[in-house]
Design a binder for this molecule. Structure first.
Ligand SMILES: Cc1cc2nc3c(=O)[nH]c(=O)nc-3n(C[C@H](O)[C@H](O)[C@H](O)COP(=O)(O)OP(=O)(O)OC[C@H]3O[C@@H](n4cnc5c(N)ncnc54)[C@H](O)[C@@H]3O)c2cc1C
Length: 592
């Protein structure tokens, strides 16, 4: 660890160092999920050898640790600057982004026909977590680009794909997603940005968007906005929204950048965290836009990008949990305070390390249980998406859709929890800037808010995904869980939690028929119940196949901690979900 600042008190702040979890990743790939045999049945991945996969993970880890992580704290301190519509990113960001782009990381899971590498999404999830841990501000420029590629690939014309995808996969151009307006966030149906058709078939886009991540910056030759706007005769609400490609520079026929388009950054938002990520107000003044997909079908098309971003933002939460765990475990090992309850463990020193204290262990084990459990969850959901996309597996697709809001909300909620626990492990030093832990808290917080606030993810899970099939897809998943062979100690608790989740799901489905407020009233607790159940399954699987060595000992101990101390939260959640919606609805609005 390198020292950053000598504090007046004699304490030394230490830079947060990021350690890649290669061993855990290989354990998940090889032993827990046996992804190689899953991929060998998918034609597109049949030739993907284990050595290539491990080399990709190792090189991704190198880029994360050596290129991105060293700029995390300096990027936070320097932030982005705005001057007359031009945005400057922190020192070193442009060079690091160029390295990320040149390494092909933005096109890792992209369409090979247009310069992507066609790797599985599940592999992409593992790599993305490392990038998020290393430098979430810097990776935001990447994830928006990857999402824009997915959307153009799914909905673009052949010409749009050939103009934009190679430039975006290569990182020469970057992507941005322009939905939010000052009066329209969650409720995009009331947005006002206008699109008017022009004689050449393009559209003139006029209006203002706020909070646009990577909307303007100095790291790429061109910035491609995917912008939602409304045609003059469009139906009211979300059925009257269309999606447009609105590049900063209009592409010439030969693919080079041409005329400057009519939009600009009006200002940068001043934020709590992710300060190296440029978040702009964008003013569209008759900017030229090109329809992406069908008129009035824009919101559905945008969901291709949003669903990807939701999974990716969940991985941002996981990245924060992992980074916070590493930093606080390293600190606890070295920090000497007090004595173990059973007597000194390190009698030659002035005090024992923090690791002797049961409550500090509780905090570290909670972080570790969530970080490693959520890594397995991200990979599992990525695998479902691969099975749907490349093997046409509809059941896997339904499970992937069901769990997308769970990954987004559960992982980002736990990410912040773990970051705050890290602050607590560091005590006062967790609150002091030099140690870097307060930055992890500030950076993690946004994950719960953007890409659809977590409350809205929970409503998506209960109000839409559970209600539309009466809980059938969740039942399929619970069937998979109870059918899995795991070590005897986990069989009964897993069966119990599945049975309770199934019963509470049926009760929600039945009660919601009479009570329209019920799904919204219970949804956040329900989502947590699903997240904890899934995590329990994955911990049981990990513990059951862990090797007989120190790595395996840590897995088994953490799994036992999860079952003993974290899974029982579902008992409280179950009770709270059983409460009627009146508990939250009876108070009149005038009394708030
Ligand atoms: C740093 C940052 C970066 C961002 N990047 C982008 C970007 O790149 N592109 C972009 O388009 N937007 C971006 N956003 C916007 C972000 O996605 C929105 O802020 C978010 O979706 C919430 O919308 P809102 O802020 O208008 O809150 P509101 O919609 O006003 O919601 C406020 C609260 O009410 C709850 N709520 C609202 N409606 C409902 C409902 N129907 N049911 C239950 N609860 C509800 C929400 O859960 C939330 O807790 C960014 C925001 C920030 C802060």
């Amino acid at each position: 660890m390198s020292a950053t600042t000598i504090r007046g008190s004699g304490e030394q702040g230490k830079a947060v160092e990021y350690q890649v979890q290669q061993q855990d990743i290989e354990f998940l790939l090889d032993d827990v999920f046996d992804v190689q045999s899953a991929w060998s049945k998918i034609e597109a991945f049949a030739d993907l050898s284990p050595d290539v996969v491990k080399a990709i993970v190792a090189e991704g880890g190198r880029v994360a640790a050596e290129v991105m992580a060293p700029l995390n704290q300096s990027g936070d301190a320097e932030g982005c600057q705005w001057q007359d519509g031009e945005v400057t990113t922190p020192t070193g960001f442009a060079a690091a982004f160029a390295e990320l782009a040149q390494g092909g990381w933005l096109g890792l899971s992209g369409n090979p026909q247009f310069g992507g590498q066609g790797m599985p999404k599940s592999l992409g999830c593992l790599v993305e977590e490392m990038f998020w841990s290393a430098n979430s501000s810097l990776y935001l420029y990447g994830t928006l680009t990857v999402g824009a590629c997915l959307c153009i690939d799914a909905h673009g014309s052949p010409e749009q794909k050939s103009v934009y995808l190679p430039k975006l996969y290569s990182g020469e151009w970057t992507g941005a997603m322009a939905l939010t307006e000052s009066h329209a966030g969650t409720d995009l149906g009331i947005m006002r940005t206008k699109a008017e058709v022009q004689s050449d078939g393009s559209y003139a886009i006029t209006g203002q968007k706020i909070f646009i991540t990577s909307g303007e910056h100095d790291m790429a030759e061109n910035i491609v906005h995917l912008t939602l706007a409304r045609l003059p005769d469009a139906p009211l609400g979300s059925k009257g929204i269309s999606l447009f490609i609105v590049p900063k520079y209009l592409p010439n026929d030969d693919g080079s950048v041409g005329e400057r388009n009519g939009w600009s950054s009006g200002s940068l938002e001043h934020k709590m965290g992710i300060k190296g990520s440029a978040t702009s107000v964008i003013n569209y003044d008759g900017a030229k836009g090109f329809l992406l997909g069908e008129e009035n079908q824009g919101l559905a098309a945008m969901f291709t990008m949003m669903n990807y971003e939701r999974l990716s933002v969940g991985l941002q939460g996981l990245g924060a949990a992992q980074l916070a765990y590493q930093h606080s475990a390293n600190y606890a090992r070295e920090r000497l305070q007090g004595r173990a309850p059973a007597g000194p463990q390190n009698p030659d020193a002035v005090a024992d390390s923090l690791l002797v204290h049961p409550d500090v262990r509780r905090m570290l084990l909670t972080q570790r249980a969530y970080a490693e459990g959520c890594r397995a969850m991200g990979l599992y959901v990525g695998m479902q998406l691969d099975l749907e996309k490349y093997a046409g597996d509809q059941r896997a697709g339904r499970i992937g859709q069901l769990l997308t809001p769970v990954v987004k909300a559960f992982l980002t909620d736990r990410g912040l929890d773990c970051a705050v626990l890290g602050q607590q492990v560091l005590g006062g030093h967790g609150y002091i800037k030099e140690w870097g832990m307060e930055q992890i808290v500030r950076d993690a917080r946004i994950g719960q808010i953007y890409e659809g606030a977590n409350g809205v993810q929970a409503i998506d899970l209960v109000g839409r995904k559970i209600m539309r099939d009466g809980g059938k897809t969740l039942q399929d998943l619970l069937g998979d869980i109870t059918a899995t062979t795991v070590a005897p100690e986990f069989v009964e608790p897993l069966a119990d939690v599945c049975q309770r989740l199934d019963a509470v799901t049926q009760s929600v489905v039945a009660r919601a028929q009479q009570d329209p407020n019920l799904p919204g009233a219970v949804s956040v607790d329900f989502l947590d119940f699903v997240g904890l159940t899934l995590c329990a399954w994955l911990w049981a699987r990990m513990a059951s196949c862990a090797p007989q060595n120190e790595f395996g000992d840590a897995k088994r101990a953490t799994a036992r901690y999860f079952f003993a101390r974290l899974l029982p939260q579902t008992l409280g959640l179950e009770q709270s979900i059983k409460a009627e919606s009146a508990a939250v609805m009876e108070m009149p609005e005038t009394l708030f």
